[in-house]
Design a binder for this molecule. Sequence first.
Ligand SMILES: *Cc1c(COP(=O)(O)O)cnc(C)c1O
Length: 434
Amino acid sequence: MNYYSLNKQSPIASFKEATILGQAPDKGLYFPESIRQVDKELISNIENISNEEIAFRVIKPYIGNEIAEDELYRIVSETVNFPIPLVQVSENISSLELFHGPTLAFKDVGARFMSRCLGQFVKGADKKVTVLVATSGDTGGAVANGFYNVEGVEVVILYPSGKVSSVQEKQLTTLGNNIHALEVNGTFDDCQQLVKQAFTDAALNKELFLTSANSINVARWLPQQFYYFFAYKQWKQKDQPPVICVPSGNFGNICAGILAHMSGLPVKHFVAACNANDIVPNFMQSQQYQPKPAVATISNAMDVGNPSNFVRILELFHQQFPQLKEKFSSVSITDEETKQTMKRVYDELHYTLDPHGAVGYLALERYLADVSDSSLKGIFLETAHPVKFYDVVEPVLNQTIPLPDAVKEIIDLPKKSTLMNVSFEELKDFLLKA
Ligand SMILES: *Cc1c(COP(=O)(O)O)cnc(C)c1O
């Protein structure tokens, strides 16, 4: 499969090239040249097909022969080797729990797949690859875990000191080996700025082969389709497809769901649930796309003021607003509503939501209440384990959340990070020595 840049100013790239580059040279996002339909039998017989095989069959057309079949099968098997259950929460709402992976958030799926692909592609290369990534919390842990001990790859993660949760910090700083954590005395935006500068620094790029692992990379984006198929596999009323609601920040996750649907997965409608960062809900009202600085909320992984993957959604709908509106809605939920939803769902339905999932739950509940068809049912994606945000969740529920094993194992390990100022010179020194 080939990929073109949505800015249309760069040459076509193979899957391998798109994975290594991340972003096209013209700064556009890569997009597949064609969207293949999955076999009808994959859908009609899905209950009898293993998750590994579903994943393999969904991703294969996007890789072509660039990874040998047995290798690719191994990669997808390792990508989806944890449970992704669909849990009924109320009469008409179910939760797709994407937090049973090693770092307790859905980003594990994309990061595990991408790291293994990149590991394949750098085998036998003479230069080491350095993955450089800025994180506001969840990306760093997933990337660190995914790339841990992948040969030929060094990972450098920049995170804002004091601004990630303690569980998130442990996930980035306790692995060691080829994973290096830089604790920056600044904000997430400072971290991102430093990373951007590194990618354009000629001297640095002469010495090192730098690449990014952010969510626009096709090797992180495409495998996120898998769990939409797993959701349908567990969906009881096959003749009545679900409404699917996705807590959204950069819109990569929901965009993968829409791609799955356009490849043949039955879905009634998509709802993108946003926090106060309401760029896309506003666009759906006004057709004006107006990015603005991100505002901080309690669902911080969705604090994005210019969602990079939204251009891919527009491309999937061939830039046709009426078609988009038919299949896709977006709503904004306040922090107060998020907290009330966490409390209400815990008290009345005995289900513990994390703040991101709570935004998704409420957006779905409202959508289902507003549509005329009262028989519709839906799924929201529970994108993180509540323990990752226990500082928000525990006071709202007035309950402590038991630590899952994956957290117990790391919480007392010593943190290994290098403190640095917001200084490109310091970053450069570190990278050249790492
Ligand atoms: C990253 C993240 C999101 C947002 O996902 P996008 O693909 O950026 O829209 C939502 N919830 C959690 C917990 C996340 O880590």
